[in-house]
Ligand binder design. Structure first.
Ligand code: FAD
Length: 377
């Protein structure tokens, strides 16, 4: 395999390019990114960047493009699998021997005219940050971890904040026990959390001024942000039959075909441990999959398989949390500290044993958290 083309411009793409070099590939590697910005780290966009504590230069991924070619403003518009060509605009085609699809996801919008704010890329975050500068209130639609991070940042900047969801905030990711603690911390900071099971519709006014819930309640604010999930960027693959709305399904080595791999937020990679293929839209999964995929392109069946190691982190309401495993409705067991003290190491168990481990405002090495979650420590 000589010429490897990577489509995408973020952590999955950059990690795959670096891994290919580390594994000894000495042929050309070209990364085609739709962005005009050099690759950057996305998690601070809802936290430090939004609050003005980080700038675009400080969230750049260091070293991107040093050992391979990076083309910005180069969105792929199609794929010809038979001729092994990525199609760009102006009839330009980029030939490949091996292809990495790493086009990630975009924010799901509730309004077709795009008039609500979202936070998915650097420009979204900078635009919202500027808008926050002259606003007094924010309404966030969606109380998952992203919506609550945006709400926490806005509250830190002095805005009145309301977060509306159809189900109790944060429960899906953190389970009822931790979600109750986190929402109490949000409420203690003066944030209004509203559950509207019947859903909402936007008020007609432009610029957007708020929503009306099925219950009849109206929630108004200077800024309206939606944080209601993401959609994989697969449309450019329609001609190649890979435009699956639930993500590109791969085998356990991230392969769609011997010469094509898909990784990161765009991919539903088969997990060798669980036997399931579904998207894992988290930073750590994108990195793990990129390394597996680089191995698969170079070594084929001799490469290692992907086994998910669920891990993510969040920072909101003064709670810096790292989570390994899936908490669900498992019971907490405090190993160190307590939530009342403001710092803790917690293991969660269900009837079959440990299922997750969480650190709260406490430095715990990720490998230790992983072991605790797996019941190995
Ligand atoms: P993406 O980061 O989505 O990047 C895809 C890239 O492909 C983009 O640069 C895009 O412009 C480019 N692209 C799209 N279409 C094309 C095309 N046709 N041609 C060329 N290029 C294209 N995860 C955590 O674990 N912890 C967190 O705290 C956390 N916080 C987050 C906060 C925010 C605001 C966001 C948005 C995400 C957060 N995540 C977090 C998730 C994490 O950032 C993603 O899982 C990760 O960025 C996925 O990387 P990726 O490279 O697969 O996709």
């Amino acid at each position: 395999m000589r010429e490897i083309v990577i489509v995408g411009g973020s952590v999955a793409a950059v990690t795959a390019a670096d891994a290919l070099r580390q594994f000894g590939h000495d042929g050309p590697i070209t990364v085609l990114s739709a962005e005009s910005h050099a690759p950057y780290v996305r998690p601070p966009l809802s936290k430090a960047v939004l609050k003005g504590a980080e700038e675009p230069e400080s969230v750049r991924i260091a070293g991107a493009g040093e050992h391979w070619t990076l083309r910005l403003d180069a969105p792929a518009r199609g794929l010809d699998r038979q001729r092994k060509r990525v199609l760009l605009g102006d009839d330009e085609e980029v030939p490949y021997d091996g292809l990495v699809i790493a086009t990630g996801a975009r924010a799901r919008r509730l309004l077709p005219d795009g008039s609500e704010h979202v936070v998915r890329d650097l420009d979204d975050s900078l635009r919202l940050r500027e808008r926050i500068g002259d606003a007094r209130s924010m309404l966030v639609i969606g109380g998952g971890f992203l919506g609550m991070e945006i709400a926490s940042s806005a509250r830190d900047l002095g805005l009145e904040v309301t977060v509306v969801d159809m189900i109790p905030h944060l429960e899906r990711q953190f389970g009822p026990y931790l979600a109750a603690h986190m929402t109490a911390a949000a409420a203690a900071r003066g944030v209004r959390l509203v559950v509207e099971p019947g859903g909402i519709e936007f008020l007609d006014a432009r610029p957007l001024a708020g929503v009306r819930a099925a219950s009849g309640a109206v929630y108004e604010a200077d800024i309206v942000v939606s944080a209601v999930g993401d959609l994989p960027n697969v449309e450019w693959l329609a001609g190649a039959g890979l435009d699956l709305p639930t993500g590109i399904e791969t085998d356990a080595r991230c392969r769609v075909a011997p010469d094509i791999v898909a990784i990161g937020d765009v991919a539903a990679v088969l997990d060798a441990r669980t036997g399931q293929a579904r998207r894992s839209p988290h930073w750590g999964a994108a990195i793990d999959q990129a390394r597996v995929a680089a191995g698969a392109l170079l070594l084929g069946d001799a490469a290692e398989e992907y086994a998910s190691r669920p891990y993510f982190w969040t920072d909101q309401w003064g709670l810096d949390m790292k989570i390994c495993g899936a908490i669900g409705t498992a019971r907490p067991e405090f190993l160190e500290g307590s939530l009342e003290d403001g710092q803790a190491l917690i293991r969660f168990r269900d009837d079959a044993g440990p299922v997750a481990a969480v650190s709260v405002n406490r430095r715990v090495p990720i490998p230790r958290l992983r072991k605790l979650a797996a019941g190995l420590a």
